[in-house]
Design a protein around this ligand. Structure first.
Ligand SMILES: [Zn+2]
Length: 170
């Protein structure tokens, strides 16, 4: 019999981050898993993604453009666990409750997705994409909601480097 659990245990999913800067100097971010785009029509918070490289937790990786995930109907983020050489994701898809009658209907009709990434591949992919964006646009693109301090690829890359250094030191 087909056993999804054992497939997941043996073969890691491949994580692919795509950051594009438009001519209007807006960052557009997509996550692809196993060569397919993750179909969530929301902004992706690169800060949460960077943090998920450094520690487990529940992260609002998908969020509203204003920075408040709840505003887009997202009240349950992505649960990230760190297990040895794997970094795993559990999330409900769609992430947003918008369009469902209530939370119960969303729970019944959404799918629980689980991915298991190779830790080194996951971190390398996220760090490389951020460093590449930093190289091209260190301070000229503002990331994050307007009400926050201006944040740029330079500060994001630094925060990820600091987080990873802390992980290694621990
Ligand atoms: Zn909003």
């Amino acid at each position: 019999m087909f056993n999804a659990e054992s497939l997941i245990a043996n073969e890691p999913n491949e994580f692919d981050l795509k950051i594009e800067i438009s001519r209007l100097r807006q960052a557009s971010v997509e996550i692809w898993i196993d060569s397919e785009p993750l179909q969530e029509p929301h902004d992706i918070c690169l800060w949460s993604l960077a943090a998920s490289c450094c520690r487990p937790g529940n992260f609002e990786i998908f969020t509203c453009g204003c920075g408040n995930a709840g505003c887009a109907g997202i009240e349950e983020g992505v649960t990230v666990t760190h297990k040895g050489e794997r970094i795993e994701w559990s999330l409900r898809s769609p992430q947003s409750k918008d369009g469902f009658k209530d939370e119960q209907e969303w729970r019944e009709r959404s799918k629980l997705l689980h991915f298991s990434f190779d830790r080194a591949q996951y971190i390398r992919e996220i760090q490389q994409e951020i460093l590449y964006a930093e190289f091209n646009h260190p301070n000229d693109i503002e990331l994050g909601p307007e009400w926050q301090e201006p944040q740029t690829f330079a500060t994001l890359a630094q925060s990820l480097a600091d987080g990873l250094a802390g992980t290694r030191a621990a």
